[in-house]
Design a protein around this ligand. Structure first.
Ligand SMILES: [Zn+2]
Length: 279
């Protein structure tokens, strides 16, 4: 692979962000209601199909000024928020890669693995946060998608091997599944949804079982420190719109926010921890 200079890489990153935003908007609007992603976008008021041109993130809004071209009814402004946050996460992924992995050099085969992993981890924050906090669900395209992406990326140099990737997915997913069953036995109700299990399996496939365990620990610490006190104060804000869904507690966002932190610092933390036993 030839090195890819920043003048090419930056527009590519922005283009990827726009594509991801278009996908996430569709996912957020449909997945919680079991509507297929393949069905064409229609106006919620007059049911006429919406032109592809008007569905392009940012530009669509610019052309339509928050009104459907078909009947002039108002569009939700939430999609613009998803567009902006997705673009922001993509840019952040690029910045993190630049600071921690690039050493100021253009993208090469050696640094492609961390680049793609960070891109995946950072952009998936948006749908995980929106869908899990609002509906207590995690989309399969992100959780199972993560397992598939992890195994594919393990064929690149610089990361874990394909075997470690498969083993990481099994150990991380299986471990959390058993842990969730144990907690459920102790407290007498389901504490975690199966979505969290698949999500952590994906992180196991990307970084291996040891780092996935670190993600679980960090997510639990953040969860306990932030959620429980906030929950006591703002009990209403945590009410879900989908009361029948599994998983009393939206754990996905905490796993998702811990993943890029552990991807960058996890090996160092593990080294420090193991070093404590070498006296
Ligand atoms: Zn319409």
């Amino acid at each position: 692979m030839q090195n890819i200079s920043f003048s090419i890489l930056i527009p590519v990153v922005i283009f990827l962000g726009i594509c991801a935003a278009a996908f996430f908007n569709r996912l957020i609007r449909r997945m919680p209601f079991d509507i297929s992603l393949r069905i064409k976008e229609t106006c919620p008021h007059c049911k006429k199909p919406v032109l592809i041109l008007f569905q392009i993130p940012f530009l669509g809004i610019l052309f339509t000024r928050f009104r459907y071209a078909c009947c002039g009814s108002k569009m939700s402004k939430k999609s613009l928020l998803v567009d902006f946050s997705t673009l922001l996460t993509v840019i952040l992924a690029f910045v993190l890669w630049y600071v921690f992995y690039s050493e100021g050099m253009p993208l090469s085969l050696e640094t492609l693995f961390p680049f793609l992993v960070l891109l995946w981890l950072m952009t998936s924050l948006v749908p995980i946060f929106v869908i899990d906090f609002r509906y207590h669900l995690l989309p399969d395209s992100i959780s199972i998608g993560g397992i598939v992406v992890g195994i594919i990326l393990s064929f690149l140099p610089g990361g874990i091997t394909p075997w470690q990737s498969i083993l990481g997915a099994i150990l991380a997913g299986g471990g959390l599944y058993l842990f969730a069953k144990l907690i459920a036995k102790i407290i007498g109700s389901e504490a975690m949804g199966f979505g969290d299990v698949k999500l952590l399996a994906g992180y196991g496939a990307m970084m291996g079982a040891a780092l996935a365990a670190e993600i679980l620990i960090l997510a639990s610490v953040i969860g306990v420190c932030i959620v429980f006190p906030t929950r006591l104060i703002f009990a209403k804000a945590f009410k879900t719109e989908n009361e029948t869904s599994p998983g009393e507690f939206p754990f996905g966002p905490f796993l998702a926010i811990s993943a890029p932190i552990i991807f960058i610092y996890g090996s160092k933390i593990l080294g420090l921890y193991l070093g404590m036993f070498e006296v």
